[in-house]
Design a protein around this ligand. Sequence first.
Ligand code: CO8
Length: 258
Amino acid sequence: MALVEYKVDGAVGTITINRPEALNALNSDVLTELENVFDNVDQNVIRCLIITGAGDKSFVAGADIGEMHNLDGEGGKAFGIKGNAVMRKIETFPLPVIAAINGFALGGGNELAMSCDIRICSDNAVFGQPETALGVTPGFGGTQRLPRLINPGMAKQILYTSKNFKADEAYRLGLVNAVYTQEELMPAAEKMAKTIAACGPIAVRDCKKLVNEGLEKNMDDAIAFEAEIFGSTFDTNDQKEGMGAFVEKRKEKNFTNS
Ligand code: CO8
């Protein structure tokens, strides 16, 4: 059985971390498989990805503590670099990625979710960065992405206390966009993915790039960057199709990703 499963439904790809006996904890093999799945996504066909965890209890309960507990400084750094490379690959992946968080999202699990573009969760989800209670810092980007996503004071509280929090609190903090029942979560993720997949794919990819890279720029550079990309979309067939459909009062659109 693959540790990471990949299924395609039309233009939507769903990636499932499949290690339910360990609550989908991320060991080296899972990280390698996850990276391979991303490397093999057909970007001409797929327009949106969903990541979730196998079973109904856990998204990902963290990096694998069994694998980590005997590491020394060198080994810890190497594991952190390996995990961080995968998180960064997801964050900078050209296509949007939705995290459908169906249970525990702890440590590396929350870090994986934070590397995705959009987070939605089920009402049994539990979030946290429990690393300080284990005597380490987060190592897959948690100290960097959490304070960029929510207010830094609250991010520090979460990091310093190692206290977990539930779905309603994650929603209140803006860490997740919406909370669903367990049954509703995947249909909601799939519906959102299909809505994204129905939009102009070049424009969607450009929006991801603009938000991610624009946030790192000062406002003058950021709006110049937007003007550049905005202009480039007018040279695409998808712009002709999207705006053409509007002026022709045509509902059906055929974006060709060109
Ligand atoms: N790693 C390895 N195995 C795990 C993990 C994990 N993170 N989480 C759960 N498991 C395993 C358990 O060991 C158990 O296995 P077994 O049946 O063989 O004993 C199985 O999953 C089921 O777990 P529990 O019996 O504990 O299930 P409960 O419902 O009682 O508890 C909890 C669920 C609360 C989620 C509990 O399992 C738990 O606290 N897990 C650890 C959560 C955690 O601390 N995660 C953070 C890990 S640290 C991290 O992610 C750092 C990331 C950066 C790394 C940087 C690298 C240097």
